[in-house]
Design a protein around this ligand. Structure first.
Ligand code: ATP
Ligand code: SF4
Length: 263
């Protein structure tokens, strides 16, 4: 069963969640999408971070939303149309416009996103969410209530303070009936490009601790990679350009895990 007929050709939905801001949720969403595309899949990214949309910038795309005869056309990253994007940023006149909407207006925008975007056929729709468990989360979950094949990935960093936030996110998923595929530990050490040694810059073991406590799988640990930071600023396809790097290999493990669990 599907929530709406414009999602009728979408096979799987993956929500990317984190309890805390700045842990790399959008980065994980984008790299998961690009790695699925590298595996021949058709993918969409829905950016529901109404107050801080970052997906268009991560692809270096500045575009306006156009209408199709069915709804809003997503913005494609290239002519092959294998990766489609939708973000509030495409609806704003300028990237610097601030969104100061109260809950009900945000809710209706998210419901419109879910019901009005003409995604066409997709293997995966990745939903990039704001941090925490806010109005946006409730709205998207309510809007997707009729879509069966949906799951979540929880992103954390190795510090324990972040783990506490993600634990609350796991409880939220349990209460709202969203299946959690597992935990991604991001910024998990820094692999030196010279000696390939991994230094735990922040701390170590947060993702594993959370996994042990919640009984969820630790899907992968993505190290800090300066090229990954740069790709978020200049729109480079990181997993294609740096496919042999430890960070890209870790992203591929996440992709394979997600595909196995959702098949
Ligand atoms: N593994 C990594 N290696 C290097 N840089 C990273 C990594 N993960 C994230 N970053 C960088 O950290 C910053 C924050 O990442 P990102 O925007 O993905 O976080 P977020 O959790 O989505 O933030 P927000 O709370 O604003 O939604 C970005 O500059 C991004 O490029
Ligand atoms: S980890 Fe090794 S190679 Fe890298 S900066 Fe430190 S000493 Fe140099």
């Amino acid at each position: 069963m599907v929530a709406d007929n414009l999602l009728s050709e979408v096979k799987n939905i993956v929500l990317v969640l984190s309890g805390k801001g700045g842990v790399g949720k959008s980065t994980v969403a984008v790299q998961l999408a690009l790695s699925l595309v590298a595996d021949g899949k058709k993918v969409g990214i829905l950016d529901i971070d109404i107050c801080g949309p970052s997906i268009p910038q991560m692809f270096g795309i500045d575009s306006e939303v156009m209408q199709s005869d069915k709804g809003w056309k997503p913005v494609y990253t290239d002519d092959s149309k294998t990766l489609a994007l939708m973000s509030i940023a495409f609806l704003l006149r300028s990237r610097n416009d601030a969104v100061v909407w109260r809950g009900p207006k945000k809710n209706s925008m998210i419901k419109q996103f879910v019901s009005t975007v003409d995604w066409g056929s997709l293997d995966y729709l990745i939903v990039d969410t704001p941090p925490g468990t806010s109005d946006e989360h409730m709205s998207v979950i309510e809007s997707l209530a009729g879509f069966d094949n949906k799951s979540a990935v929880l992103v954390t960093t190795p510090q324990l303070i972040s783990v506490g936030d993600v634990r609350r996110e796991a409880t939220f998923c349990e209460k709202t009936g969203i299946r959690v595929l597992g935990i991604v530990e991001n910024m998990s050490g820094f692999v030196c490009p010279n000696c390939k040694d991994c230094t735990d810059i922040f701390a170590a073991g947060g993702g594993q601790l959370l996994a042990t406590e919640t009984g969820l799988d630790l899907i992968t640990k993505i190290p800090i990679d300066p090229n990954l930071t740069k790709s978020g600023e200049n729109g480079t396809n990181f997993v294609k350009a740096f496919q042999d790097s430890p960070a890209a290999q870790s992203v591929f493990r996440m992709r394979d895990y997600v595909q196995n669990k959702m098949s």
